[in-house]
Design a protein around this ligand. Structure first.
Ligand code: SF4
Ligand code: SF4
Length: 373
């Protein structure tokens, strides 16, 4: 159920009652054919969350290209006003008559036997670590913004330019562990995915722009998955320089918009100064902010770093201490796509096995009752 949120869970294993809020879309998805005429006339302009704020969207929009269902949605918080409607332009433009300003949230109740919590992750916001100038310098971006800038479906159609002057950067630096492995900001854990994400980004740059120089500042490179070390070696062979040391801060040259970082290269035992056209902060990931609400509904506990606590970290890594509740993905601990898929398969099997065992027990009791035991 897309665009829906669990409001409340009651009951116990095999017999949960879940209350779900299906949020108002204000657009009938069975009528909308995603023609986009409504968006063309909407006067509201907002940062596009899917494009990491690097481009804009309207108040009526399609959230992202692969959205399910593939139809427009009206964000009433962004709209110029409802009840009475202040604008109404989109309704006039819609030939399918799909827009309904009187739409409202719907509360749905479902009976379920088991629950899998798979609420994903949030990306670390580096504004609190402003020593790298993320809020002050145009050409300091996060790894998520990098993804959108180099993506063919991104705001620049895959033409990689720096935000300050729309010119193609020639020297790009990556700083690892921004928001990870840092107890001072309450994030002592390794985010697991950022090293390989940066290595992948350096290979993408080498493939698209062979003349670009890339340098990665790191504490350790954690490339421990299948074929990951090979990928790391390929990145080095493609010309990426790996400097063991994390810069303390970054300065901007106001004339050029370039960034200057000073770093202690702990491999060579010397201090180095690097002038870069663009700096990418390889930001960590964290449990979603609304995880506390889910913990309250399902009586779950969290570890000191905020992730969900398993029944046993080694013997029951997908089981919650609450019977009938299972975990999959990043909300349990930092992991990549492959590990998340494995855990989802395990959670599915565990919940199915639990419910089948329950049915067997019921049959056993029923048979015993019938035979007089
Ligand atoms: S709501 Fe109407 S105008 Fe907007 S995309 Fe859908 S069909 Fe087109
Ligand atoms: S009614 Fe709201 S969503 Fe529709 S065009 Fe006007 S501002 Fe945009």
């Amino acid at each position: 159920m897309t665009f829906s949120e669990v409001e409340n869970v009651a009951g116990y294993v095999g017999n949960f009652t879940v209350k779900i809020r299906k949020k108002a879309r204000y657009v009938d998805h069975t009528a909308c054919n995603a023609c986009g005429e409504c968006g063309k006339v909407c006067p509201v302009v907002k940062p596009d969350e899917y494009q990491a704020g690097l481009s804009s969207r309207k108040a009526i929009y399609i959230p992202f290209p692969q959205a399910v269902p593939c139809s427009y949605i009206l964000n009433m918080d962004d709209c110029l006003g409802n009840n009475p409607i202040a604008c109404g332009e989109c309704q006039d433009a819609c030939e399918k008559e799909a827009i309904n300003y009187d739409d409202g949230d719907e509360i749905i109740t479902r009976e379920v036997g088991a629950i899998v919590v798979a609420v994903g992750l949030d990306v670390y916001d580096p504004t609190e670590m402003d020593e790298y100038g993320y809020t002050r310098f145009d050409n300091v971006i996060t790894s998520m913004e990098f993804e959108r800038l180099i993506c063919a479906g991104g705001p620049t159609a895959g033409h990689f330019v720096r935000p300050g002057d729309q010119q193609r950067p020639k020297r790009i630096g990556f700083i690892q562990c921004v928001g990870s492995r840092n107890p001072k900001i309450g994030r002592p854990y390794c985010s697991n995915i950022c090293c390989m994400n940066t290595i992948k980004d350096t290979l993408l740059l080498a493939d698209h722009y062979p003349d670009v120089e890339t340098v990665v500042f790191y504490q350790d490179i954690r490339a421990f998955g299948k074929s990951f070390e090979d990928m790391f070696q390929r990145s080095k062979e493609a010309g990426t320089r790996y400097v063991r040391g994390i810069p303390a801060d970054a300065e901007e040259d106001p004339a050029t918009g370039n960034l200057v970082v000073t770093v202690e290269n702990t491999t060579l035992g010397r201090v180095e100064r690097h002038e870069l056209d663009m700096l990418v902060l390889s930001v960590g990931v964290q449990p979603p902010v609304d995880l506390a609400k889910i913990c309250g509904m399902l009586t779950l506990s969290r570890t000191s770093d905020g992730f969900l606590m398993e029944s046993h970290p080694k013997l029951k890594p997908v089981d919650a201490p609450t019977r009938g509740v299972f975990f999959a993905g990043f909300c349990e601990s930092p992991k990549d796509i492959k590990d998340s898929v494995c855990q989802a398969g395990a959670a599915s099997s565990r919940s199915g096995a639990l419910l089948n065992a329950g049915k067997e027990r019921c049959r056993y009791h029923r048979d015993n009752e019938q035979s007089g035991f």
